[in-house]
Write a protein that binds this ligand. Structure first.
Ligand code: PLP
Length: 428
């Protein structure tokens, strides 16, 4: 599979090299130039692992044999993605049945497999910023993986305590840094690390953010899994609504469409951090200061996957009309959670943002699917406050709840981060 650096088009790499390096020159994102066309009728009749193996094989099968891709998918996709009916033709695609109860398990677990294949040098340091769920998914996916050090940055006090406990209590090869700042600052720090070629070389640094193409491609698979659960005659009327922060999930859905998955259109739903909805409406890219919301994993005003969405439009494989962008405010998010609960479906703020955006956009003849990106118990306190009913903790959360966070506090400052990275190196 040929990928091009979206900022430096002369830089072209193969899939495994893009996995290994994460970002290209000048922090450019790698992105494929062509999309294989799939026979969706055949694919949608297959079970998840077999179908996903064929999708990945179509994408980068020139680099790895089918049996290896099958093994990677087998190890990564060990949990289901059920389509849960809420009411009539409105469904939630539940992506939170993995080990850290968020959709990011799909991408992170597949990336761990891909990196193991791509790794040449003995040691790799993964430096990644998290707005909540990436940290846990990446930490669990790489926990105790030989030769891999993981450093996770997150905005101190701005993610739920259960989200934090899922990755900050592991220790061993997982170092977690509580940054005095917001997520955009964490993300900026990670980019600064990548700008520092000496440091990148010294520690063989990689990022597990959704800038890594392996994570995105893994996510393409669950859009197929959703459609496989919709009756064949209704598939062309499906509208997906995606709770969006960095827009990796939206990009993955658009890639599925570019490869021939026959759904109708997509609604990108944001909270009040609405850079994309305003841009889609007015044509001006004007990020505001990031504001804290109930859907904290989406508190992002400079979404780093956006250039990939633009690339799909430029390639002509997606049309503007196939993507809508809708912002949902805090009151509406709470209202969405109450409305879902009244229909017997307990959800959490991220999915509720997508649900409200979908309700605004959906036409009477369409089938609506909003993505459930996290388990409601990850936001236990908020969900209990808003819905007034108790939420039981699944075993993984109950276990880490009582454990002590091992995080180190640091300022939102590159020299503080560089110092931690150097200590890691000297301990290795
Ligand atoms: C990461 C995350 C999102 C945003 O996904 P993007 O791919 O960054 O747009 C939405 N919901 C939850 C629960 C998340 O963890």
């Amino acid at each position: 599979m040929q990928l091009v650096n979206l900022k430096v088009p002369e830089e072209q790499v193969q899939f495994l090299e893009a996995v290994r390096t994460g970002l290209g020159q000048q922090q450019g994102l790698f992105f494929p130039t062509h999309w294989p066309q799939l026979d969706c009728d055949t694919l949608l009749a297959l079970p998840l692992v077999e179908r996903s193996t064929r999708i990945m094989h179509a994408l980068f099968g020139d680099e790895l044999p089918l049996t290896q891709i099958q093994q990677m998918i087998d190890q990564a996709f060990t949990f289901p993605a059920p389509l849960q009916r809420v009411k009539g033709e409105l469904y939630c695609l539940e992506l939170f049945h993995g080990p850290t109860l968020a959709f990011k398990d799909f991408g992170a677990r597949f990336m761990a497999q891909a990196l193991a294949k791509a790794q040449q040098q003995e040691r790799v340091t993964i430096v990644t910023a998290t707005s909540g769920d990436t940290g846990a998914a990446v930490a669990q996916a790489f926990y105790r993986q030989p030769g891999v050090q993981v450093v996770i940055l997150y905005p101190k006090g701005k993610i739920s305590s259960l989200q934090e406990k899922l990755f900050s209590t592991l220790g061993e090869n997982i170092t977690t840094l509580a940054v005095d700042g917001d997520f955009d600052q964490c993300q900026a720090l990670v980019k600064q690390v990548f700008d520092n070629q000496a440091l990148v070389k010294q520690l063989n640094i990689n990022s597990a953010n959704s800038i890594n193409i392996s994570r995105l491609l893994a996510q393409v698979c669950y859009y197929f899994e959703a459609m496989a659960q919709v009756p064949a005659e209704r598939r062309k009327d499906v509208v997906f609504a995606v709770p969006s922060g960095n827009f990796g999930n939206v990009t993955a859905g658009l890639i599925a469409k570019a490869m021939g998955l026959p759904f109708k259109r997509m609604v990108a739903a944001t909270n009040i951090n609405d850079t994309v909805p305003r841009y889609w409406r007015d044509g001006a890219w004007q990020p505001n200061l990031t504001q804290a919301t109930l859907s904290n994993a989406m508190d992002i005003s400079s979404p780093n996957n956006w250039p990939r969405v633009e690339a799909l439009l430029q390639q002509g494989v997606i049309s503007r009309a196939e993507l809508e962008a809708v912002a949902v405010d805090e009151d509406d998010t709470q209202l969405g959670m109450r409305q879902l609960a009244a229909d017997g479906y307990v959800s959490e703020p991220h999915a509720a943002v997508a649900y409200k955006a979908l309700k605004r956009s959906l036409q009477p003849d369409e089938v609506g699917i909003f993505l459930g990106t996290a388990h409601p118990a990850k936001f236990k306190e908020q969900v209990e406050n808003i819905l007034g009913c108790p939420i039981a903790l699944p075993p993984v959360l109950a276990k880490c709840q009582g454990e002590t966070s091992l995080s180190i506090d640091i300022a939102a400052d590159f020299s503080a981060l560089a110092q931690v990275l150097q200590t890691l190196d000297s301990h290795a």
